[in-house]
Design a protein around this ligand. Structure first.
Ligand SMILES: NC(=O)c1ccc[n+]([C@@H]2O[C@H](COP(=O)([O-])OP(=O)(O)OC[C@H]3O[C@@H](n4cnc5c(N)ncnc54)[C@H](OP(=O)(O)O)[C@@H]3O)[C@@H](O)[C@H]2O)c1
Length: 267
């Protein structure tokens, strides 16, 4: 019989992962089931040929792999509602910031199979980046199965569980940092008389091109910086200004704040 994949919570991340699974041919719509407190959101998925469960417990009973795609703040109540439906064959995938595999197992009441995932919103466009870790009861083939759900929409990296809070600021929430950088560049360009639309187009292409250079040149960030910054030139003037403002410390502080918050969310 075909494996069934379920999503509890039909928000941004569920839409992104599920959309990628369908587009990538990982499974057919009839192998998918969703449940959300919002009937309207469920309806959108029903129109794509996906089953809608009457509640989260029914979804768990009917699915082999269940992605818990709700906010960390409601994890406790969602796990309480499904715990009687979880058995030793079900694979639970926790995508919430800060929610550990131990937290899930404790709430379910026995050492069930849990994979922890940290995806990001670019999955929506098929260019996501997902970090995955698993607890010991998940077999290699089960882990590969979960990995396929995410690799349909981008790249996947396997990490030890102890890195899963720290990785949030590397791929999960970092798209927001990149947007903030882009916004600051556009605002400064506008203040210097450049039309907003032109500035936006130029920085978008520069971000794409720079990411491609990092990906394909085989060079380290420092080497690529050197390629742009000629002695006594304009780039160096900007880099010196970044250095005066301790840019790298600013980034480190923000990433540490993200990791600290992840630790608080599971309490
Ligand atoms: N967004 C990101 O960039 C990102 C990146 C990595 C990981 N994550 C993680 O992904 C998870 C989901 O994030 P998201 O951005 O997709 O959130 P979201 O868009 O708010 O989606 C969550 C959905 O779950 C619904 N919901 C709330 N309580 C529920 C319940 N008891 N049972 C079933 N559904 C319920 C919500 O409905 P209401 O809106 O009516 O409450 C909403 O439709 C979070 O844990 C987050 O940490 C997000």
């Amino acid at each position: 019989m075909d494996r069934m994949y379920g999503f509890i919570g039909c928000g941004n991340m569920a839409s992104a992962i599920l959309g990628g699974m369908l587009a990538g041919g990982v499974c057919a719509p009839e192998q998918l089931m969703v449940y959300d407190v919002s009937a309207e959101k469920c309806e959108t998925f029903r129109q794509k040929g996906v089953f809608v469960a009457k509640d989260a417990a029914e979804l768990v009973r009917r699915c082999d792999v269940v992605v818990l795609a709700v906010k960390p703040q409601v994890y406790g109540s969602v796990l309480e509602g499904i715990k009687d439906a979880v058995d030793e064959t079900k694979i639970l995938v926790s995508i919430a910031a800060g929610i550990s595999t131990d937290y899930v197992k404790k709430a379910i009441g026995f050492p069930c199979k849990v994979v922890r995932a940290m995806p990001n919103t670019p999955l929506l466009l098929g260019c996501g980046a997902t970090a995955l870790s698993r607890c010991p009861s998940v077999t290699d083939s089960e882990f590969e199965e979960v990995s396929r759900l995410f690799s349909a929409s981008g790249i996947v990296e396997n990490l030890p569980e102890e890195s899963m809070n720290a990785v949030i600021s590397v791929n999960g929430s970092s798209p927001a940092y990149v947007y903030l950088f882009a916004k600051a560049v556009i605002d400064s360009a506008v203040a210097q008389g450049i039309e907003r639309k032109a500035a936006k187009r130029l920085i978008i292409q520069t971000l794409k091109g720079s990411a491609k250079m990092l990906d394909e040149s085989g060079m380290e960030p420092d080497e690529l910086i050197k390629m742009v910054a000629s002695p006594g030139g304009t780039t160096l003037a900007a880099l010196n200004s970044f250095s005066d403002d301790d840019f790298e410390k600013v980034i480190d502080n923000a990433m540490m704040a993200c990791t600290t918050r992840a630790g608080e969310l599971a309490k």
